[in-house]
Design a protein around this ligand. Structure first.
Ligand SMILES: C[S@@+](CC[C@H](N)C(=O)[O-])C[C@H]1O[C@@H](n2cnc3c(N)ncnc32)[C@H](O)[C@@H]1O
Length: 356
């Protein structure tokens, strides 16, 4: 049997990017982040990996093991259109991007992928002088590929576009808004809807029931309601006045276009955000009949957001409050997008997938 390919994850967060590789049998050997909840979460789900709490700017390539694949998602708030009108500190964000490229240059993996918001395309040059990456040599470092993908095209129940820069083979699209037969005769599936996720879970306001199971909307396994974490309780419920304010933001905004209120469940969800402000236009809102009584409005629970990001329903998130857990989840690369790239790498390496 061939040996597994190894993966290093810089800015590992909760581990969505790594999880896609792990699902396909890669060996995730290392994760680095400077935020405690991220480190604890990554450790809880990757017990065999070396997980270090460190400022990636302070670390050196000699401190890190070599691996076949280097992945990483330097924080995107600095480049995100939804952050402070897009005027975040781009320079600060670019320092972290350059540090990631420094590791790639020094560790020379066969494949590497850096994930960011598409907006980075406006500021990311395709070439850097080695000196600008902190390498004391003459020469140029070139980014071979920069391409934007929509996670919904790879089976995620979420429309989330992400820029993947690096050296990797193209992932094969499996889903589409308007499925057509592709040139090789393979039919694409229809985009996965938010409804399939939301309807997989019981009413979060009820108590978990003994002996009842929840089927994972993305993968073929169940857990009992008693073991389902981050779903039950009232953390997702919006107060009436919050829902009303959100409705006005979406339907009566003076200059931005109208948005659906509540969200349309028969499409993939909008982008899962790291912060859940009730009055934000980006907040997802679900209408729910509370056990046959009046309609109440709520956000997706932490677990529902995790499934929109395609985490398996037994994935553990370690944080002391819902805000931290929503952030861990919302920061992540959708696992199905990461799996699609991992699968393409296995194909290029001439190796078979363990699953799928
Ligand atoms: C976008 S998230 C990464 C999400 C991850 N790729 C996933 O799929 O779950 C960015 C992460 O970078 C971490 N981070 C920010 N600045 C850092 C630094 N200087 N050193 C190490 N980690 C840093 C944050 O704590 C955050 O967890």
């Amino acid at each position: 049997m061939s040996k597994s390919l190894t993966v290093l994850d810089f800015f590992c967060g909760a581990g969505g990017f790594s999880e896609g590789f792990k699902q396909l049998g890669f060996d995730v050997v290392y994760g680095a982040d400077n935020w405690n909840p991220a480190i604890q979460t990554f450790k809880a789900n990757n017990s065999d990996a070396e997980v270090v709490k460190v400022d990636v700017l302070e670390l050196s390539a000699t401190d890190v093991p070599k691996a076949d694949v280097i992945i990483g998602g330097p924080p995107c708030t600095e480049f995100s259109g939804s952050n402070r009108g897009g005027s975040g500190n781009v320079k600060e964000g670019m320092e972290l991007v350059k540090r990631f490229l420094y590791y790639v240059h020094e560790l020379k993996p066969r494949w590497w992928i850096m994930e960011n918001v598409p907006r980075l395309l406006q500021t990311l040059p395709p070439k850097f002088r080695l000196k600008d990456l902190g390498i004391d040599k003459e020469g140029i470092f070139e980014i071979p590929k920069m391409q934007v993908f929509n996670a919904a095209d790879f089976g995620a129940p979420q429309k989330r576009t992400r820029l993947l820069s690096g050296k990797y083979p193209n992932p094969l699209q499996t889903h589409s808004e308007n499925p057509v037969v592709t040139l090789n005769g393979q039919k694409l599936s229809h985009w996965f809807t938010m409804r399939k996720v939301i309807e997989s879970f019981p009413n979060p306001l009820n108590e978990p029931r003994k002996g009842k199971h929840v089927k994972d909307p993305n993968y073929n396994f169940n857990v009992t309601e008693m073991k389902l974490e981050d779903h039950f309780g009232d953390h997702s419920i919006m107060k009436d006045e919050e829902a009303e304010r959100n409705k006005r933001q979406k339907t009566e905004h003076p200059y931005y276009g109208k948005m659906k209120f509540p969200d349309d469940l028969d499409r993939p969800s909008r982008t899962v955000m790291a912060t859940q402000f009730n009055a934000s236009r980006e907040t997802m809102v679900i209408a729910m009949s509370n056990n046959g009584r009046k309609i109440i409005y709520r956000k997706p629970t932490i677990r529902e957001c995790a499934s929109l990001q395609c985490y398996p329903i037994n994935y553990k998130f370690i944080g002391t409050n819902p805000t931290t857990k929503y952030k861990l989840v919302g920061n992540s690369v959708p696992v199905k997008l990461s799996m699609a790239v991992a699968k393409a790498i296995l194909r290029e390496a001439g190796m078979r997938t363990r699953k799928n």
